[in-house]
Design a binder for this molecule. Structure first.
Ligand SMILES: NC(=O)c1ccc[n+]([C@@H]2O[C@H](COP(=O)([O-])OP(=O)(O)OC[C@H]3O[C@@H](n4cnc5c(N)ncnc54)[C@H](O)[C@@H]3O)[C@@H](O)[C@H]2O)c1
Length: 281
């Protein structure tokens, strides 16, 4: 199947970046988001980012306008017709399943349903969707326009055509796809979990402040300290991933989610997207 169009669902932190990256790769992209304020913000942010790439000479003059024309922004799911769907919506299984089933009813019999989930089981997701053989994980990293890695997560139901389409799509987007097993947190999020959780423990035990841990980790060679990174990811998302990995791995003490982070989520201090998390923006 030739991929002509891609529909990205959810225009938050990840969805807007994935949509921009797909449009830059030459695909016709629909960005679907039910919250109009979020949709409007994503539209402005993508326009600004493309204009800035053009000003800096990273894309040809005029190319920014052309790429922007390849994007359609909508809050109406009924108009979401495409070959590949990439969902980047809230980290909740039932909501993701509901959306994919709604899209399956509307779309042709070969389209692919790719989830950008950081931690939910793709197998469990596939089992609840009308066409399990066309369900796959396509896990991008933040910021999606820049980060090269895409974890491609097959299940025992995924057919070869679906895997092939997603690998090809990732490559055409200039990404590096890597096939991973469907296990909690896949590879990167499993390795990264202690980075966040131990840093939060140091704060809980009053051994180090958010600022101090970040300064030390960055001075030791990490690109971002754990607290700046959690603020970039979004505390709601990072906390949901911690809870999901913890539950799926039978609650090991070392992966117990932090009360500090739970509190940040309850207070709506989600990080950059709400202008306050561990730090103010
Ligand atoms: N934030 C990260 O660094 C990161 C990295 C990799 C993967 N992910 C995964 O990507 C997904 C989205 O994360 P995010 O950080 O972009 O979240 P976000 O909160 O920034 O955005 C999610 C968006 O989805 C929208 N939404 C909710 N229900 C919807 C529905 N039924 N249909 C369409 N849109 C809906 C919300 O209105 C919101 O704008 C999650 O599954 C997360 O685990 C996040």
């Amino acid at each position: 199947m030739n991929i002509n169009s891609v529909c990205v669902c959810g225009a938050g932190t990840m969805g807007s970046g994935i949509a921009q990256a797909a449009a830059q790769a030459g695909f016709y992209v629909i960005l679907f988001e039910p919250n109009n304020a979020v949709l409007e913000n994503a539209k402005k942010a993508i326009k600004k980012s493309l204009d800035s790439l053009s000003e800096k000479g990273k894309i040809a003059q005029g190319e920014n306008e052309k790429i922007f024309q390849h994007l359609r922004f909508t809050d109406d799911v009924q108009t979401c017709l495409a070959d590949v769907f990439i969902e980047a919506i809230i980290e909740k299984m039932d909501i993701k399943v509901g959306l994919f089933n709604q899209l399956a009813e509307l779309n042709h019999g070969e389209c692919v349903f790719a989830s950008n989930t950081s931690s939910l089981s793709i197998t469990k997701m596939a089992e609840q969707i009308l066409h399990p053989q066309r369900v796959i994980g396509m896990h991008f990293f933040n910021p999606a326009t820049i980060m090269k890695l895409v974890e491609v997560v097959n299940t025992k139901y995924t057919n070869e055509q679906t895997t092939g389409i997603v690998i090809e799509l990732a490559k055409q987007m200039g990404k590096q796809p890597v096939i991973c097993k469907d296990s909690p947190g896949f590879i990167v999020n499993r390795v990264a979990r202690p980075y966040y959780i131990e840093s939060l423990r140091l704060a809980e035990e009053d051994i180090s402040s958010f600022e101090k841990t970040d300064v030390l980790m960055e001075a030791s060679g990490f690109k971002m300290g754990p607290f700046r990174l959690m603020d970039l990811i979004g505390n709601d998302i990072n906390y949901a991933v911690s809870c999901s990995v913890y539950e799926q791995m039978n609650k090991p003490e070392r992966l117990k989610p932090s009360l500090i982070q739970e509190e940040k989520v309850k207070k709506g201090k989600l990080g950059r997207k709400t202008e306050e998390g561990y730090f103010r923006y």
